[in-house]
Design a protein around this ligand. Structure first.
Ligand code: ZN
Length: 143
Protein backbone atom coordinates (compact mmCIF):
# COMPACT_ATOMS: atom_id res chain seq x y z
CA UNK A 1 0.00 0.00 0.00
CA UNK A 2 1.39 3.37 -0.92
CA UNK A 3 1.42 6.27 1.50
CA UNK A 4 1.14 9.87 0.44
CA UNK A 5 0.23 13.30 1.69
CA UNK A 6 -0.76 16.55 0.01
CA UNK A 7 0.99 19.25 2.00
CA UNK A 8 1.69 22.95 2.06
CA UNK A 9 4.78 24.73 3.31
CA UNK A 10 4.36 26.29 6.74
CA UNK A 11 7.75 27.97 7.07
CA UNK A 12 11.27 27.84 5.73
CA UNK A 13 14.34 28.04 7.95
CA UNK A 14 17.80 28.92 6.71
CA UNK A 15 20.80 28.54 8.95
CA UNK A 16 24.24 27.14 9.44
CA UNK A 17 25.84 24.64 11.74
CA UNK A 18 29.09 25.11 13.64
CA UNK A 19 32.40 23.46 12.91
CA UNK A 20 32.61 20.22 14.86
CA UNK A 21 28.84 19.61 14.97
CA UNK A 22 27.53 16.18 14.13
CA UNK A 23 25.73 16.78 10.84
CA UNK A 24 22.73 14.46 11.30
CA UNK A 25 22.29 15.02 15.03
CA UNK A 26 22.54 18.80 14.76
CA UNK A 27 20.00 19.06 11.95
CA UNK A 28 17.67 16.85 14.00
CA UNK A 29 18.18 19.12 17.01
CA UNK A 30 17.28 22.17 14.92
CA UNK A 31 13.99 20.49 13.97
CA UNK A 32 13.22 19.51 17.56
CA UNK A 33 14.05 22.98 18.87
CA UNK A 34 11.69 24.53 16.29
CA UNK A 35 8.99 21.92 16.84
CA UNK A 36 9.25 20.73 13.23
CA UNK A 37 7.84 17.21 12.87
CA UNK A 38 7.20 17.05 9.13
CA UNK A 39 9.22 18.55 6.30
CA UNK A 40 12.34 18.37 4.22
CA UNK A 41 15.95 19.43 4.59
CA UNK A 42 18.70 20.38 2.16
CA UNK A 43 22.26 21.39 2.91
CA UNK A 44 25.66 22.10 1.39
CA UNK A 45 29.07 22.67 2.93
CA UNK A 46 32.09 20.61 3.92
CA UNK A 47 32.87 17.95 6.50
CA UNK A 48 35.99 16.88 8.39
CA UNK A 49 34.86 13.25 8.53
CA UNK A 50 31.92 11.43 7.00
CA UNK A 51 29.94 8.34 7.91
CA UNK A 52 27.44 7.06 5.38
CA UNK A 53 26.28 3.75 4.08
CA UNK A 54 24.06 1.64 1.94
CA UNK A 55 21.36 -0.87 2.76
CA UNK A 56 22.18 -4.48 1.95
CA UNK A 57 18.99 -5.79 0.40
CA UNK A 58 20.00 -9.41 1.11
CA UNK A 59 20.88 -9.17 4.81
CA UNK A 60 18.57 -6.20 5.53
CA UNK A 61 21.37 -4.37 7.29
CA UNK A 62 23.13 -1.09 6.66
CA UNK A 63 26.79 -1.27 5.73
CA UNK A 64 28.50 1.92 6.90
CA UNK A 65 31.72 3.48 5.71
CA UNK A 66 33.77 6.05 7.65
CA UNK A 67 35.80 8.46 5.55
CA UNK A 68 38.25 10.12 7.92
CA UNK A 69 39.34 13.09 5.82
CA UNK A 70 37.94 16.38 4.55
CA UNK A 71 35.19 16.17 1.97
CA UNK A 72 33.03 18.72 0.23
CA UNK A 73 29.34 18.28 1.03
CA UNK A 74 27.92 18.69 -2.46
CA UNK A 75 24.37 17.80 -1.56
CA UNK A 76 22.35 16.64 1.40
CA UNK A 77 18.70 15.97 0.83
CA UNK A 78 16.39 14.46 3.38
CA UNK A 79 12.96 14.30 4.92
CA UNK A 80 11.64 14.86 8.41
CA UNK A 81 9.06 12.52 9.91
CA UNK A 82 8.23 10.57 13.06
CA UNK A 83 9.37 7.22 14.42
CA UNK A 84 8.24 5.89 17.79
CA UNK A 85 7.24 9.38 18.88
CA UNK A 86 10.60 10.88 17.93
CA UNK A 87 11.51 13.29 15.12
CA UNK A 88 13.90 11.66 12.67
CA UNK A 89 15.69 12.87 9.56
CA UNK A 90 16.30 10.41 6.76
CA UNK A 91 19.02 11.98 4.62
CA UNK A 92 21.28 11.01 1.75
CA UNK A 93 24.50 12.82 0.88
CA UNK A 94 26.82 13.23 -2.06
CA UNK A 95 30.37 14.30 -1.19
CA UNK A 96 33.59 14.83 -3.11
CA UNK A 97 37.28 14.67 -2.29
CA UNK A 98 40.14 16.99 -3.30
CA UNK A 99 40.20 15.45 -6.78
CA UNK A 100 36.43 15.88 -7.14
CA UNK A 101 35.78 12.17 -6.93
CA UNK A 102 32.30 11.68 -5.54
CA UNK A 103 30.96 9.28 -2.98
CA UNK A 104 27.93 9.19 -0.79
CA UNK A 105 25.07 7.29 0.69
CA UNK A 106 22.65 7.12 3.59
CA UNK A 107 23.84 9.67 6.16
CA UNK A 108 24.72 8.34 9.62
CA UNK A 109 25.75 9.87 12.92
CA UNK A 110 29.47 10.58 13.12
CA UNK A 111 29.71 12.99 10.20
CA UNK A 112 31.61 15.99 11.56
CA UNK A 113 30.83 19.42 10.11
CA UNK A 114 33.50 21.80 8.86
CA UNK A 115 30.90 24.20 7.51
CA UNK A 116 27.25 23.66 6.68
CA UNK A 117 24.45 25.82 5.35
CA UNK A 118 20.99 24.32 5.51
CA UNK A 119 17.43 25.03 4.40
CA UNK A 120 14.60 23.31 6.25
CA UNK A 121 11.02 23.46 5.04
CA UNK A 122 8.28 22.68 7.54
CA UNK A 123 5.04 21.33 6.11
CA UNK A 124 1.47 21.73 7.28
CA UNK A 125 -0.37 18.45 7.62
CA UNK A 126 -0.64 15.28 9.65
CA UNK A 127 2.69 13.69 10.52
CA UNK A 128 4.11 10.72 8.69
CA UNK A 129 4.93 7.83 11.02
CA UNK A 130 7.70 5.30 10.38
CA UNK A 131 7.31 1.63 11.21
CA UNK A 132 9.11 -1.52 10.18
CA UNK A 133 8.16 -2.64 6.69
CA UNK A 134 7.83 -6.41 6.31
CA UNK A 135 8.87 -6.40 2.63
CA UNK A 136 12.18 -4.55 3.12
CA UNK A 137 13.01 -4.56 6.82
CA UNK A 138 13.28 -0.78 6.66
CA UNK A 139 11.45 1.72 8.89
CA UNK A 140 9.23 3.17 6.17
CA UNK A 141 6.25 5.53 6.25
CA UNK A 142 3.08 3.76 7.30
CA UNK A 143 0.67 6.64 7.47
ZN1 ZN B 1 18.51 6.06 3.30
Amino acid sequence: MSVKRVLTVRQVLMGRLQRGDDLLMSLTEVCKAQGITLGQVRAIGAVEQAVFGSYDQQSWQYIFLTVDRPLELLSLIGNISQRDGDTVIHAHVVMSDEECNTCGGHLAEGTRVFACEYVIEEFFGSDLQRARDEQTGLPLWKG
